[in-house]
Design a protein around this ligand. Structure first.
Ligand code: ATP
Length: 269
């Protein structure tokens, strides 16, 4: 194999328990898990084979995590690539990467293909920035032809993620392609508490810790923010040679992350 990494193949150990909240999304994805676990059974009872699922939601809300969890729950190999990787580097590489990815996933079926940042390649034609759009279009066309080229009973489910569903080329959303959308939304306070619990499973917490208070004090934070909040708190505690993470560490970590978020806002304005 050459050094250039075209995509990654992994055996996911992530389960739905690792994904906090998002109950509706999990419920919708259950069907995909059931199909991948026992494709034969599914077909015998005449179920329509699921093909393409688009996970839609803001950055850091757990779309990639959710796709991995589907693979983990089903016990099937997980092939993933970020669509922005498709089109970087050399002209003509994108389309062949797509082909390669699909060929391997089919060889290893039942399996899941996950395409992150689908909008990078699937932006509707004509809305694009100038340069490189030919390359992008070739890649998109290859992707469309792969999606259409599956055998009717092929046991590959293609999942993709985007935070810009509004710019996705409608050709990608037609029946038989990414014809299902699952919303992966920003967490409410209940889900934030769940996320904090998941990420502090292996962190020794002091008696004074009340994750609900932190959850209520972090509106707008996504799962990725809350994960770093816990990590940051553990670092702060370690720096103080504390043996447990206490409320004060969590509060300080929270302020730090809120400050970082503000700085990001200022820089992008
Ligand atoms: P992006 O659009 O930036 O790719 P994403 O929606 O794919 O983001 P992930 O990469 O899945 O987000 O999330 C980043 C990390 O945040 C995850 O690896 C996980 O640790 C944490 N996280 C996000 N959402 C959740 C959640 N609902 N439960 C538990 N952890 C979460």
């Amino acid at each position: 194999k050459s050094g250039a990494k075209l995509y990654t193949q992994e055996t996911s150990k992530i389960s739905f328990d690792d994904v906090a909240g998002l109950l509706e999304a999990k419920q919708e994805l259950r069907e995909i898990v059931d199909f991948l676990r026992e494709p034969g059974k599914f077909k015998r009872i005449g179920g329509k084979v699921p093909r393409g699922v688009l996970l839609v939601g803001p950055p850091g809300t757990g779309k990639t995590l959710m796709a991995r969890a589907v693979a983990g729950e089903a016990g099937v190999p997980f092939f993933s690539i970020s669509a922005s990787q498709f089109i970087e580097m050399f002209v003509g590489v994108g389309a062949s990467r797509v082909r390669d990815l699909f060929t391997n996933a089919k060889k290893n079926a039942p399996s899941i293909i996950f395409i992150d940042e689908l909008d990078a390649v699937g932006r509707s034609r004509g809305t694009g920035m100038g340069g490189g759009s030919d390359e992008r279009e070739q890649t998109l066309n290859q992707l469309l032809s792969e999606l259409d080229g599956f055998e009717p009973h092929s046991e590959v489910v293609v999942m993709a993620a985007t935070n810009r569903p509004d710019v996705i080329d409608s050709a990608l959303l037609r029946p038989g392609r990414f014809d299902r959308q699952v919303v992966v939304d920003r967490p409410d306070w209940r889900a934030r508490e769940e996320i904090l619990k998941v990420h502090s499973r292996h962190v020794p917490l002091a008696k004074d810790v009340d994750l609900l208070v932190i959850a209520r004090g972090t509106p707008g934070m996504c799962g990725a923010d809350l994960e770093s909040l816990i990590n940051e708190a553990a670092l702060i505690a370690a720096r103080e040679n504390a043996t447990e993470v206490a409320m004060i560490h969590l509060e300080r970590a929270k302020d730090r992350i809120l400050m970082g978020a503000e700085r990001k806002l200022i820089l992008t304005e």
